[in-house]
Design a protein around this ligand. Structure first.
Ligand code: G3P
Ligand code: CA
Length: 235
C-alpha cells in the first residue's frame, strides 16, 4: 500500500491517439482518467499564447515559419489534424476548468508575464503549474505571483541544482526519467521540494516512481500509467 498517489499527467494530452497539444488530445486525456495534462506555449506576433511544441509551425501544420511571425488570426487559419486548429491557452483553460491540473511549459524567454496574467484571468492558480527549462522564467513567475506553483525542467542534473532551484524559488524539480535516481529524489525532498518525472513510458519505470511516491509522472501513455498505479495502490 502506498501513501501517495502520483499524478498522471498526459504529455501534450492523449498525444498517441489525437494530434499532440490539441483540444481533442486534452479532452481525451481527461476522459481516460488522467489527473492532468502537460502542454507547451509560445507567443504569437500579437502576444497571444498558443499551444504547440515547436517555435515553428512547420511540424504540425501545412504552414511554415515562426509562431512569433503570425498573428493569432493568421495562426487560426492553419489546420493541425482532422480540422483541428492550434489552440490558445485561453481555450485550453476553458476546456479543462477544474477537471484536472495543467502543466504549462514556457518554451521561450520573456513569456512569464503573459502566462501569469492568463492564469490569473481564469482563476486557475490552484490547478496550474508553470514549468520551464529556463530558470529565469519560473523565477519571474514567482515574482509576479508567489501563489503560482512552478517547476524547473532539467535536461541533465547540474551540480548546483539545489542552489539554482532555491534561487528560482521553484516548488518542483522535473528530471528526465533517463537521469532519475532515488538519490536525486531524496535530495530534492530533503531540500523541501517535490518531484515530477518526464517522460515516463515504461511500466518498470512507472512502478519504481509509484513505489517511491513522486508527486507526478508525465507520460505519453496515461492509460497504462493509471492501470499500473491502480493495481499497485490496491494491493
Ligand atoms: O514536460 C517535460 C517535457 O514535455 C519536456 O520535453 O520536448 O516534450 O517539451 P518536450
Ligand atoms: Ca513539454
Amino acid at each position: 500500500m502506498f501513501s501517495k498517489r502520483p499524478l498522471c499527467i498526459a504529455h501534450r494530452g492523449a498525444s498517441e491517439v489525437a494530434a499532440e497539444n490539441s483540444l481533442k488530445s486534452f479532452q481525451l486525456a481527461l476522459e481516460m482518467g488522467a489527473d492532468g495534462i502537460e502542454l507547451d506555449v509560445h507567443p504569437t506576433k500579437d502576444k497571444k499564447l498558443v499551444v504547440l511544441h515547436d517555435a515553428l509551425v512547420d511540424s504540425v501544420t501545412g504552414g511554415s515559419g515562426f509562431v512569433s511571425d503570425y498573428t493569432l488570426s493568421e495562426i487560426k487559419k492553419l489546420d493541425i489534424d482532422a480540422g483541428e486548429k492550434i489552440p490558445t491557452l485561453d481555450e485550453v483553460f476553458r476546456l479543462v476548468g477544474d477537471r484536472g491540473m495543467i502543466d504549462v511549459e514556457i518554451k521561450e524567454m520573456d513569456m512569464a508575464e503573459l502566462v501569469v496574467r492568463e492564469i490569473e484571468k481564469h482563476n486557475m492558480i490552484h490547478n496550474v503549474i508553470v514549468t520551464s527549462f529556463y530558470d529565469g522564467e519560473i523565477q519571474r513567475v514567482k515574482e509576479l505571483n508567489p501563489n503560482i506553483k512552478t517547476g524547473l525542467l532539467l535536461w541533465y542534473i547540474p551540480d548546483d541544482l539545489i542552489i539554482r532551484a532555491k534561487k528560482a524559488k521553484t516548488n518542483y524539480i522535473l528530471p528526465n526519467i533517463e537521469d532519475f535516481t532515488e538519490e536525486l529524489y531524496h535530495k530534492v525532498k530533503e531540500s523541501g521540494m517535490d518531484m515530477i518525472v518526464w517522460t515516463v513510458n515504461k511500466e518498470e519505470d512507472m512502478r519504481k516512481l509509484i513505489r517511491l511516491g513522486v508527486l507526478g509522472v508525465i507520460t505519453d501513455k496515461p492509460e497504462i500509467f493509471i492501470r499500473v498505479r491502480d493495481l499497485m495502490m490496491y494491493i
